[in-house]
Ligand binder design. Structure first.
Ligand code: FPP
Length: 226
């Protein structure tokens, strides 16, 4: 199979999934959380080196206090509850996004799990929490010492991003919308895009395999000629 190093997912459609069933939006996020667990397990079993999940964007603060609070609790719960799973499966947890603007308890949870799993050599699960692609690029620019600005290259610039991730090979977005929504702007420069109408809570391991199958048939030229 064509190699794949990095899958990124925009897990969209939780709210609609709940609304279609006359449930609170939070119920959709709860189901979305279960889906994320299943997909991480499948990606880890496939030995794909990196999966990045868009769990909370810099724009998601615009939602109601209840929804933001629920998502924060869910993220915290996930980091705690899945720690044993990370250990058993040799998974490395990485965070990208503006950590300092997150609630203190979440910051601590993220730092703890990142530290305790940093030596794991299996799949890296990258959680984008309080993440925005433009925000990451701006914060990276602010970290570059003035005397290095003129000698910066594409590869040395990556070192200033939240984490020097490999480029995304396949970007999946569920929920029917066809846009990037400020996700991994630098890292998706040559990503293959896969959009599906399936709402995130309904996304299954079979759907993941379908996306991988589609990726397998893409002709990746990176601007060149095959
Ligand atoms: C988009 O659906 C989804 C989010 C903003 C949150 C994603 C979070 C999770 C799946 C749960 C947390 C996961 C982990 C792994 C900790 P939406 O609410 O915009 O859906 P809509 O477009 O139907 O309204």
């Amino acid at each position: 199979m064509k190699t794949i190093e990095h899958i990124a997912i925009i897990m969209d459609g939780n709210g609609r999934w709940a609304q279609q069933r006359g449930l609170y939006r939070s119920r959709g996020h709860q189901e979305g959380y279960e889906t994320a667990k299943k997909i991480v397990k499948a990606v880890s079993a496939l030995k794909i080196p990196y999966i990045t999940l868009y769990a909370f964007s810099t724009e998601n603060w615009k939602r109601t206090t209840e929804e933001v609070g629920f998502l924060m609790r869910l993220i915290k719960k996930h980091l705690r509850a899945e720690f044993q799973f990370y250990v058993e499966n040799n998974i490395r947890m990485i965070h990208i996004g503006n950590l300092s603007a997150l609630p203190k308890d979440i910051q601590k949870e993220i730092s703890d799990v990142t530290e305790k799993t940093k030596h794991h050599a299996g799949t890296a699960v990258v959680f984008a929490i309080n993440y925005g692609g433009k925000d990451e690029i701006i914060r990276a620019l602010q970290k570059i010492p003035a005397d290095k600005i003129n000698s910066i290259t594409e590869s040395s610039f990556s070192e200033y991003l939240d984490y020097p991730l490999p480029d995304v090979d396949l970007l999946i977005r569920t929920g029917g919308e066809k846009r990037i929504s400020n996700f991994l702007l630098w890292q998706t420069a040559y990503a293959e895009l896969y959009f599906t109408d399936t709402l995130w809570p309904d996304f299954t391991e079979d759907d993941l395999h379908q996306a991988l199958q589609s990726y397998k048939h893409r002709d990746r030229r990176f601007g060149g000629i095959t």
